[in-house]
Design a protein around this ligand. Sequence first.
Ligand code: ADP
Length: 349
Amino acid sequence: MHVVNTTDLTKIYDNRYIALNALNLRVEKGQVFGLVGPNGAGKSTTFRLLLGLQKATAGQLQVFGEQMSADRADLRRRIGYLPTNPTFPKHMTPIAFLQFVGSVLGMPKDRTKIQLTRLLQAVDLAAAASQPVRGFSTGMLTRLGIAAALMNDPELLILDEPTSGLDPAGRKQTIELIRELSGRDRTIIIATHILTDVERVCTDVGIISAGRLIYSGPMADMRRLARQGTIAVEIEGNTTAFEQELHTLDDFGSVRYERIGSEFRITFLGTQGLNEYLHRVLQLIDRTGVELLHVDTGSDEIEEAFLRRLEDDRTRGFLRAAAWAAALEGAGSERKEEADAGIPGHPSV
Ligand code: ADP
């Protein structure tokens, strides 16, 4: 069953700003679905519409197989929602806040107490349960927000940028928590602009750009695509300086690398084409003063693949993912149906 199903969902703010442009999003029961896109792509707008907090300008929107609208509080009660950077009344303790959430949801007092105790344990806040939230770290506030979103044991959990503002340890803890929360009966949708987070926890991924879903498919397929975007360089000299600067190669959080001696295998899954990344890698080599011994694009049939990639790269940005997805289908992917469903109109490449 589709827990979320949108058809040509469109949202135009003030008759001027197009936030969603015929978005076709399908999320199935039990999936941990990563909605990935840069700031302003339309992720939060999608969530506000899914929750019935805002009205669509056009198109269809079904949640749990039913039409969502402002008056569907019954459907909303089946959804848990964590907004970006949640805030809480500073004087309140986690216990007091979750009790308040329970009362707003109309939960019986006994059930509220059992549920909040269980959740405070689960999100690792039991030790801080009776301290005022004033002074909590961003990670603790996020975990309290997740506990609040889980109070009514929702079938659908929506997390808007749950790792935003967290240090690496907090990020890892939050990802672990999300992993524990996933299960057959619960569907989770996570919005993020950080691909590595999605990669660690999601079963499926959708890429949203300028209000359109331009790729949707299983994480495993995405990983295969990611592997294709690899550049390997062998360098000597101040390799530490080079290593420290690697993360600056893409502002999308999508640079990963593996170091084997003097060789760096750098993988990209960002918004730019591979030739652009190659250019940036060479610039970084220049900037950090290391000497380049060897470079290749990490493909088996390097030359052919590289030429094809350059061709693909003419379609800049996210469209590249769609092009690769089409190539995957051509290669006989068993996921043809889903891929078809997920790439509205197959953007021409
Ligand atoms: P994301 O969550 O991916 O960062 P948003 O859904 O917040 O994206 O925003 C999508 C687009 O809609 C952006 O261009 C944003 O400026 C615009 N937008 C969002 N909310 C409003 C609003 N209330 N009024 C006007 N424009 C808005």
